[in-house]
Design a protein around this ligand. Structure first.
Ligand code: SAM
Ligand code: DTB
Ligand code: SF4
Length: 343
């Protein structure tokens, strides 16, 4: 793998041309890119936990957690660290390698951030990769997260800059880019993607992908969510996206960002197995695993295991876990060796 072929100068017309390809040609290109950088039968799995739920000051039109909409959501204050550790242990037992903690905040206060840092350290100590999504961050806050050992920060662009005003008004598209910049400057891995099925056009999808690919460095993780329609939110009742158009967008994300993990994210409960299989064929190699997303349902872990068996897919082991196991093995060998040597 090398960086030489990675481009950051895509024009929207070039991306639209990819989205317009005959389906078979697009899938072939996406598969070829995927296979030259990844094992096509391995999928990285992350489990989500909402660590602070609802009562959010923002007006993101898709979100169950905004205080502005009446969505029947049970609010919850920032969880105690012990509760988060229990959930992370359960996720690890089920095979998740990354634990992703989400908070319904516009931005964290420094006091709240302190507790999140304790959570990050505790989850890291379980041997899992850590990810948090806490809203906008200052440079100093990003630095404290880096110092705490955070692996990934999730902050989505959500949609194209052109469509953005139809979805969110309480923070700007530029605010999002600024947060991504602070995260990147601290050397934290970036997880950033968006949502499809909010009434955007194909050009908007191309434009959102252009924003992601033309960042100074491609995000390491690119979650592609299908809108989960929540009753009470402004986007409830939006025109659903055609499933093949969703697959096309995944394929183009794979072609544009060959070394990134493209995550088939929210919306799997509403997809059939065949659509999900096409997403994996198109180059998605990551997903959320576990019965809950943040506030809405995800397929049961058992259903995902059955699907993986039918498709011959395997969970990717975390690089960290492999390293820990290799270290244990080496330590064991060293111990055995010194014991035989001194006998
Ligand atoms: N409050 C923080 C923020 O907005 O940055 C973090 C949590 S927020 C729930 C994380 C992301 O989840 C959003 O940016 C959006 O892309 C995605 N999301 C939220 N609600 C969704 C829905 N109903 N369907 C699909 N994706 C959704
Ligand atoms: C992302 O792109 N999708 C996740 C995660 N990042 C934080 C969140 C999906 C939320 C779906 C709606 C809900 O469960 O509230
Ligand atoms: Fe709040 Fe995040 Fe939901 Fe927007 S997406 S309303 S910031 S929780």
């Amino acid at each position: 793998m090398n960086d030489i072929s990675l481009r950051h100068d895509w024009a929207i017309e070039e991306i639209e041309a990819l989205l317009d390809l005959p389906f078979n040609d697009l899938m072939f290109r996406a598969q070829s890119v995927h296979r030259s950088h990844f094992d096509p039968n391995k999928v990285q799995v992350s489990t989500l936990l909402s660590i602070k739920t609802g009562a959010c000051s923002e007006d993101c039109g898709y979100c169950s957690q905004s205080a502005k909409y009446n969505t029947d959501l049970e609010k919850e204050k920032l969880l105690p660290v012990e509760e988060v550790i229990k959930a992370a242990e359960a996720a690890k037992d089920k095979g998740a390698t990354r634990f992703c903690m989400g908070a319904a905040w516009r931005n964290p206060t420094d006091k709240n951030l302190q507790r999140v840092i304790e959570m990050i350290q505790a989850v890291h100590d379980l041997g899992m990769q850590t990810c948090v999504t806490l809203g906008m961050l200052t440079g100093d806050q990003a630095k404290s997260l880096k110092d705490a050992g955070l692996d990934y920060y999730n902050h989505n662009l959500d949609t194209s800059p052109e469509f953005y005003g139809n979805v969110v008004t309480t923070r700007t598209f530029k605010d999002r880019l600024d947060t991504l910049k602070s995260v990147r400057e601290q050397g934290i891995n970036v997880c950033s993607g968006g949502i499809l099925g909010m009434g955007e056009s194909r050009r908007d999808r191309a434009s959102m992908l252009r924003e992601l690919v033309n960042l100074p460095k491609h995000p390491e993780s690119v979650p592609i969510n299908m809108l989960v329609q929540v009753e009470g939110t402004p986007l409830y009742g939006a025109d659903e996206i055609d499933s093949l158009e969703f697959v096309r967008t995944i394929a183009v994300a794979r072609i544009l960002m060959p070394l990134s993990y493209v995550r088939l994210s929210a919306g799997r409960t509403e997809m059939n197995d065949e659509t999900q299989a096409l997403c994996f064929m198109a180059g998605a190699n990551s997903m959320f695993y576990g019965d809950r997303l943040l506030t809405t349902d995800n397929p049961d872990a058992d259903a995902d295991i059955k699907l993986f068996r039918r498709l011959g897919l395997k969970f990717e082991e975390s690089v960290e876990l492999q390293a820990t196991e290799a270290q244990c093995e080496n330590r064991k060998k060293a111990k055995d060796f010194s014991e035989t040597a001194s006998a």
